[in-house]
Design a protein around this ligand. Structure first.
Ligand SMILES: Cc1cc2nc3c(=O)[nH]c(=O)nc-3n(C[C@H](O)[C@H](O)[C@H](O)COP(=O)(O)OP(=O)(O)OC[C@H]3O[C@@H](n4cnc5c(N)ncnc54)[C@H](O)[C@@H]3O)c2cc1C
Length: 377
């Protein structure tokens, strides 16, 4: 059977799109660079919308051991405030989630090429998409879905990250008292030059994921351990959580050049861009996975309805724009030193504010869905 759709990248968005297409009887080939899912830099928070989409794909995160998250805490300087989350949430390691998604894609009949990197994606004179892999193989199909996450394909570069963000992730086994304190909560911590989140994931482990602007990393001599110490000095709440904690990775994993706020403007005929290739929302919202699943679902609906990819991409942009701009505005606020200085005094009102911002910065299920419509004219 000829491939009808090539999906490039087998993370959340690529797998979600592949599974949905295969279930609609389409011949799909998924190309993923890694031979097997590995740890990714991610806070691993799964919002209510993400959980709904995963459930629809047949991924039961509870059976995978996902931790339940009921509350969110904000810690700045020496103060912390707590609020219940206004939606159900879980957290699960990306390794477990991506493994389950790839398995589901295979079960749905997707032809998975794992351990192969796409080196280029070009259009043939006949208008089909042709992917050239690192082993020299070439695959062609009339439609392609670009889901390579934060990584560019040379043929489709994205703008660079002007604020030069660097992100890290580390797993810890916390001391029992700290693990008990953290249970069922996702904690957001603010410090100069960035913010970090800590929350439980499966297996009694805590995920600490943090972002920092490059000049602040430079001030710590480009050393993650010194950076972490500075963060703990600025935010004693983090020091409390990490006291006596056992690091579970040799060193944190990291990623640079994260173009927060990016939303793809346009695309070419037959090329649907999803996940981080469509939009990169500031990490503190914990919404990237939800957007990846949402954009994949919308792209599949658009493809099945014969909506041209450029029209789909423009509609998706308009639908995501308000949420993205609000999230960026909030991110600027928490990264602004004046705002950080007054924030501790505002923490008493934070739970209420947080409930509102949490709602506003999320893709409302019915709000951002791109409805395919016939092209006018
Ligand atoms: C610091 C940080 C914290 C975050 N925390 C959260 C959070 O708590 N909750 C949340 O919902 N979101 C969070 N996110 C965002 C979330 O991780 C991403 O938005 C999400 O992973 C995007 O999914 P994706 O499928 O587009 O990309 P990915 O999941 O990154 O998948 C892309 C896949 O493409 C593959 N690939 C790349 N290049 C090629 C190539 N050339 N050929 C073949 N394969 C290729 C990669 O190996 C990868 O598997 C966070 C992001 C950061 C940076």
């Amino acid at each position: 059977m000829q491939d009808e759709v090539l999906v490039l990248g087998g993370g959340v968005a690529g797998c979600a799109a592949s599974i949905a297409l295969a279930r609609h009887g389409r011949a799909v080939r998924l190309i993923e660079r890694e031979t097997a899912p590995r740890h990714k830099v991610c806070g691993e928070f799964l919002s209510g919308e993400a959980l709904e989409d995963l459930d629809a794909l047949g991924i039961d995160v509870v059976s995978l051991g996902a931790a339940h998250i009921a509350n969110v805490r904000l810690a700045a300087a020496r103060r912390a405030a707590e609020a219940p989350l206004p939606f159900p949430a879980k957290s699960l390691t990306r390794k477990a989630l991506d493994t389950a998604l790839i398995a589901e894609a295979k079960a749905a009949g997707v032809r998975v090429e794992a351990g192969r990197s796409v080196e280029s994606l070009t259009r043939t004179p006949a208008g089909a998409w042709q992917a050239k892999l690192d082993n020299g193989s070439v695959y062609t199909a009339p439609t392609a879905i670009l889901a390579t996450g934060k990584h560019d394909l040379r043929s489709f570069p994205r703008p660079d990250d002007p604020q030069r963000w660097v992100a890290f992730k580390m797993y810890y086994r916390l001391q029992p008292a700290q693990a008990a304190e953290l249970a069922n909560a996702s904690e957001l911590m603010l410090y100069p030059g960035g913010y970090g989140g800590i929350q439980p994931v499966e297996g009694g482990v805590a995920n600490l994921c943090w972002v920092v602007q490059q000049p602040h990393l430079a001030r710590a001599g480009y050393r993650w351990d010194k950076l972490l110490l500075r963060m703990q000095q600025a935010c004693p709440h983090l020091a409390l959580r990490l006291a006596g904690a056992e690091p579970l990775l040799e060193k944190p994993i990291s990623v640079a050049r994260i173009p927060y706020g990016y939303i793809r403007r346009t695309t070419e005929q037959g090329l649907y861009c999803v996940g981080d290739q469509a939009a990169v929302i500031p990490s503190f919202t914990g919404d990237g996975i939800s957007i990846a699943l949402h954009t994949a679902r919308c792209a599949v609906a658009a493809f099945l309805a014969d909506e041209p990819a450029p029209l789909f991409q423009a509609r998706l942009r308009s639908a995501l724009l308000p949420q993205m701009r609000l999230a960026e505005f909030a991110a600027d606020g928490i990264n602004n030193s004046l705002a950080r200085a007054v924030l501790p005094f505002c923490l008493r009102i934070w739970p209420g504010v947080m409930r509102v911002t949490a709602k506003l910065t999320r893709v409302a299920a019915g709000q951002a869905v791109v409805v395919s419509q016939p092209v006018a004219g």
